[in-house]
Design a protein around this ligand. Structure first.
Ligand code: A3D
Length: 308
């Protein structure tokens, strides 16, 4: 059995644990700083496994020694943005958390692939890469896949088709600067622009970009977690099963799409080695412009991080 550890046993971490264990991707260790939460959730999740006929064992802990030898470590530890908290307050708080989490992981899990989920995603993934000293292929972030899941859903909803018939992708920053690649979106292999009118497509883009904020406003406390946890588990699966599938992933650029040294969501082949290759797609001129703006926004956040 492989070993998947999930740091942060909140809503996203527990959801990712449920799916990872249900799919028998490995034994799962949930870790949190709050005593009792990971242990309680692990007990609850463990009972569910008999319903799925899954052999995965789930344990909860607040001791980093229990994650030793993990194959994949998912980092969901962090604070959500609270009312009155600025973006840079969040950056400060979560960068301190991610730094301490990464320091606790590296010596205990020398072969692990790190999957970052904590927001602000692009800059936290960059930070985890810098602090871990791991090769770039073994530090990646989940953000583009969640945004993509929302885009596919909203296209399917507008076109009144099953979501499996929709092919689409969102790249760029995991923020309002994300880039839904409408030029490449298809329904049953047909360009989406031949199926839906311009106005409908604009609504879909707006719903995708504001999908997370809409859920926050409806929930009142907390933010989305079913699709984020499911997206993280899908990436764990691609790694553990060496799927070599193309997933929009937050990955380090070294010249791809003209970017250098920043982490940004781009289509990448994900397999046993983590990020195995970034895939360069033909995108439209306007999407290219939006992607450049996205990269500029990420660079500004990285500068802010480095000035802390
Ligand atoms: P929440 O349910 O509050 O869980 C976070 C957990 O982290 C809590 O149980 C905390 O006790 C724990 N924690 C805090 N500090 C530490 C620490 N130092 N070590 C270990 N555990 C710690 O939040 P959530 O699960 O809804 O979200 C978790 C993170 O994921 C937040 O930063 C969210 O913004 C982010 N998130 C990202 C996406 C992306 O698509 C990138 C989507 C949804 C949520």
């Amino acid at each position: 059995m492989k070993k998947v550890s999930i740091i942060g046993s909140g809503n996203v971490g527990a959801t990712a644990a449920l799916i990872t264990a249900k799919e028998a991707l490995g034994d799962v260790v949930l870790l949190d700083v709050v005593q009792g939460i990971p242990q309680g959730k692990a007990l609850d999740l463990s009972a569910a496994m008999s319903l799925f006929q899954s052999p995965s064992k789930i344990t909860g802990t607040d001791d980093y020694d229990d994650i030793s030898g993990s194959d994949v470590v998912v980092i969901t530890a962090g604070l959500p943005r609270q009312p009155g908290m600025s973006r840079s307050d969040l950056l400060k708080k979560n960068s301190a958390i991610v730094t301490s989490v990464v320091e606790n992981i590296v010596d205990r899990c020398p072969d692990a692939i790190l999957l970052i989920v904590t927001n602000p995603l692009d800059v936290m993934t960059y930070l985890a890469f810098k602090k871990s000293g791991l090769p770039k292929n073994r530090v990646l972030g989940m953000g583009g896949l969640l945004d993509t899941s929302r885009l596919r859903f909203f296209i399917a909803e507008a076109a009144e088709v099953e979501v499996e018939r929709v092919e689409a992708m969102v790249i760029g920053a995991h923020s309002n600067d994300m880039v839904p690649l409408i030029s490449l979106a298809k329904i049953d292999g047909k360009p989406v622009s031949e199926v839906l009118d311009k106005e409908a497509i604009e609504v879909i883009k707006e719903k995708t970009v504001n999908g997370g904020a809409k859920i926050v406003s409806l929930l009142k406390t907390g933010s989305a977690f079913y699709a984020p946890g499911s997206s993280a588990a899908a990436m764990v699966k691609a790694i553990i099963r060496d799927e070599k599938v193309t997933i929009p992933t937050c990955c380090l650029t070294e010249g791809e799409y003209g970017f250098n040294g920043i982490y940004i969501n781009l289509p990448a082949i994900i397999g046993g080695g983590g990020v195995e290759k970034i895939v360069e797609l033909e995108i439209s001129e306007s999407e290219r412009g939006e992607l450049n703006n996205s990269a500029e926004a990420i660079k500004t956040s990285i500068d802010e991080l480095e000035s802390l």
